[in-house]
Design a protein around this ligand. Sequence first.
Ligand SMILES: [Zn+2]
Length: 585
Amino acid sequence: MSNRLFRPDYGGYYFAKGDLACLESREWALHHVFGEILALTEEEKELEDFMEEKRQLMAGCSVCCPHHICAYPPAEAFGVGKEFIRQNDLFSKVFRRMPKGGLLHVHGAAALSAEGLIKLMLDWNEKNGDRSSRIRILNAVIPAISEKYVKGTLFYEYQCRKIMGNTLPLEDYLKKPGNWKRLYKMLSFKGRKLLKKSTKTAKMWERYNIILSRTAELFQNREFYTDYYEAFFEECVEDGIRYVELRCGFERFRDAKTGVSREQSGEYCAKKALYFKDRLTEVNPVSPDHAFIDAILDAGERIRQKYGKDALGVKLILTAQRSLNPYIGKERECLCKRIDATAALKEHYLKQGKEVVIGFDLEGPEDGCCKIDDYAKKIIYKPVGDGYESMGKNSEQIHDMKGSSGQTMIEKQKLRIERIDFFLHAGSSNWFFNDNLKTAVIISKHRIGHGFNLNRIPGVMHGIARGPKVVIAEPVFEICPIYDQTFGYCRDFQSHPLYEYIKSGILCVIGNDSPQLLGNPGISFDMWEAYMGMGLTLPMLKLMIFTTYLYEFMDYNAGSIEIEKAKLKFLRDWDNFIDEVQECI
Ligand SMILES: [Zn+2]
């Protein structure tokens, strides 16, 4: 499907009909690649019976409840029913123990659970005798700073000297009764008011930005950044995840010694924190700073030292905010530089023999921002170097690059889409006229984030399902159930289209998106909701999990997958799980 053709004469994009003509190909792929995976053994059938019995029992109880107070739990907001799920034996006995393979959709800025984050910050303050690196919390907001910072913003002492009087050391703040809960609410979507069915999606996105503006300053410290990812990876390992593809923005470190806070222009506003963070963090497109990636790799290494050399693999998809407008010069420049820097970083690690940076993505709300079409025409299908050449210092660097060798010059002529893979978010919308997916299926070669409204564009859906005879019929959809519910795209899991996608032959995997805000660390909560609320079957769960193993054993650069290795690893993990689960059901 993803033939990546761009034809202005076809109104932008052109679907190669030849690619769509192979009607039986999905059955071919399912049979050849997944046949062995999808067939259930006697033990697995027993497990499936056990799971279905539990599901039916819960559905039956909800319907027959004489007091009409017992709604079917997957029909409730996740934030309200979370404790119930945690205590449910299907969750603790089956989903928690299930091998998850890869977590392919999670955002770095909100990856660690809110509980984990608070614990990490307290530990940080305890181990940091150096006062200037201690974390303080903004406790009283005065009018002079109310546009820039919201109550609960967290800083290092060296970053907030000017407003020190309005802040408290975090541990002192938390000593006051009720403040732990207060902070937890400020760092997540917890709270019934927010989860009310009437809360609009746009409002949730505003809250999203405000919440992440509270922690944005902390990521400027390399040590903390590394500890943060270590803690996040630990949560992954605890949930049976063995591979993470992390979406993260560019970060520039400023430690306590060099530590002035990030320059903030007058127009900075906490409600658009991530947008401004991208605008204010300068990225060099030719030789980008890779310290933040090294820090994430260090965190992964710490986990492998602790749990063994195969414990966790990490690859990165770098991102920019979708609220940057490709029609505004300065913002287009920011986007262009980030994409070119991503390609440069990909090369940087490949030269060391490591595949680390695999692609680029635009994150943030789709509605209210430009369409993917606009990014495609103005940026993605433009040559590398386009969009900022005339800008002072960088033009010299580009000039040098041109002069250094003929080969580099040819490299520069390549379109961005030829230099880097895109893993775009698309289809997170309830608007009928959001057809971002039409473009995304062509640009995103391997996967698409969310893809919620795919069933509204049947032509695209059938096109993917009937794609060419390949091992994985791509793009694969990264479905994040709890995200879809909390942001209001699908309030009730029973009306979620995931089952329909899988049945139609669309390959999907499950991600958790933003565990800090959504309260869903690991993938178990999302899987429980998908199984209970959307009526999936055990083979469907196996199919989704095995697909993530294929990506773990994928070399994106060479475009090859070690299928046998992936199968072997999956079957070993899965058989262990079946043995273990037999004893407790
Ligand atoms: Zn996402």
